[in-house]
Design a protein around this ligand. Structure first.
Ligand code: AMP
Length: 435
């Protein structure tokens, strides 16, 4: 890879702030842009050249403008955060124009953009998953529900803003979900097909593996908290907080689980002509019969990235460059022995409707705390003041020698920050501390 280069990061959430923060620490980076970015990203600087990160007002799905910008600035590496541009084929477009870009191409991104594709792939290549069926009409789907005994997950095939999964407690609910998606078109074209999975009982955790087409390197485990309220109550959200590592898989069990998922995954990709460069992020449930994959994502998790990157000791530019080049076998991922915790502070009303533009106080005080980083998600600058601009506003992250201290440090930082209507969960990482 070239010794110095210009970088472009695509996206505007907490994940992208964490990526920008970590990439900006690399001595290889001369200048870094983010499209469209947020108010926190805008405050970062490249470590080597001390250049402020510039946020450019181009949406993450505006592929032609992103391409023109990367060409104009002679970007050496573009890093894609969110799933939508990947599903739209941004990697294929950039590569066709001989631009270096990190992330899976459109065919590989199907692991996230089509649940039917993923489910069939898992079954064909023997990846441990839930008992499932895929359907495009309600009659066969309802017969399958009967065979499952009612309790199940009904999933729209395509991307549905994280809302396409309906957990059903019995046959009546499941039949209603099938009708809503296949007949009522609740998710439009994303719901033209569905996957129905048996309901899996057990602890849910996130895995991440960085892939380069031939090699996959597993990260430590992390755990998201998807429900809005303490005790896993309330509505599903994009993620209210996370921590790393989890105590639910020993190192040996993690390595074994990784092998059971990644070996057939790589074999299947080779057989199907899928060249997967990027992050494979399987959501898994540890059942009595062992870990099973619920779904695949094809990008970094948000907020998982916020707890992974403070622990990663490698230069992220070198790591992502190796993922593009197919040279990951030459890199050993090194993780600090610390634990990290991220608590998401959200706007009042989220995940329902919420107001924007509320001034945020205490960010400077929180920034002074040691081993703490406040990653911004939905924030904007208004008259020089940082204000709320989204549902998930901040990812308040801290790291320490153990999970308990990291949790205390993250909540101490949360305690310094306030904005009207702010809400957050008080039990991030609590499950791990009970064991
Ligand atoms: P997904 O987008 O497929 O990860 O589903 C969203 C959430 O629904 C997951 O994070 C799980 O908490 C839950 N879920 C999905 N599928 C299942 C399943 N088969 N059994 C139990 N819970 C599930």
């Amino acid at each position: 890879m070239p010794l110095s280069m210009k970088l472009l990061v695509i996206g505007s959430g907490g994940r992208e702030h964490a990526l920008v923060w970590k990439l900006a620490q690399s001595p290889h980076v001369t200048q870094l842009w983010c499209a469209p970015g947020n108010a926190g990203i805008q405050q970062e600087r490249t470590k080597q050249t001390e250049k402020p990160i510039e946020c450019v007002p181009i949406g993450a799905e505006d592929l032609p403008k992103l391409l023109a910008f990367a060409q104009e600035k002679k970007i050496g590496l573009t890093v894609v955060g969110p799933d939508n541009p990947l599903a739209l084929g941004i990697v294929d477009l950039f590569q066709k124009n001989r631009l270096r870009i990190w992330g899976p191409n459109q065919k590989a991104a199907q692991f996230e953009s089509s649940k039917v594709f993923s489910q069939r792939f898992m079954e064909k290549y023997g990846i441990p998953t839930a008992k499932a069926g895929t359907f495009n009409e309600p009659t066969a789907a309802k017969i399958f529900i009967e065979s499952l005994g009612g309790k199940c997950a009904v999933k729209a095939d395509g991307l549905a803003l994280g809302k396409g999964v309906l957990i059903c407690a019995n046959e009546t609910e499941a039949n209603k979900a099938i009708d809503e998606i296949l007949v009522g078109k609740a998710f439009g074209a994303a719901g033209a097909k569905i996957v129905i999975q048996e309901f899996l009982e057990g602890m849910e955790i996130s895995l991440h593996a960085l892939c380069d087409g031939k090699t996959a390197k597993l990260f430590p485990t992390s755990q998201d908290h998807k429900r809005a309220l303490d005790g896993d109550r309330g509505l599903n959200t994009g993620g209210m907080g996370t921590y790393c590592p989890t105590p639910f898989l020993s190192e040996t069990a993690l390595a074994e689980t990784g092998r059971k998922i990644l070996e057939p995954f790589m074999r299947g990709c080779a057989a199907e002509g899928i060249d997967f460069h990027g992050i494979l992020y399987p959501g898994i449930i540890i059942t009595k019969a062992g870990p099973k994959v619920l779904e695949f994502n094809a990008r970094f998790g948000d907020p998982e990235t916020q707890v992974y990157l403070p622990r990663l000791e490698n230069d992220l530019v070198e790591v992502l460059d190796a993922s593009v080049s197919g040279t990951l076998n030459k890199i050993e991922l090194k993780w600090s022995p610390l634990a990290s915790v991220c608590v998401v502070m959200a706007s009042g009303g989220y995940p329902g409707s919420y107001a924007k533009g509320k001034p945020i106080f205490g960010l400077a005080e929180a920034a002074n705390l040691p081993n703490t980083k406040v990653f911004h998600a939905g924030t904007a600058l208004n008259d020089g003041k940082i204000v709320t601009n989204g549902g998930r506003v901040l990812g308040v992250t801290a790291w320490a020698k153990d999970l308990k201290s990291a949790q205390a440090a993250a909540y101490a930082a949360v305690g310094r920050i306030c904005f009207e209507g702010a809400h957050f969960r008080h039990d991030i990482a609590a499950k791990a501390l009970l064991t």
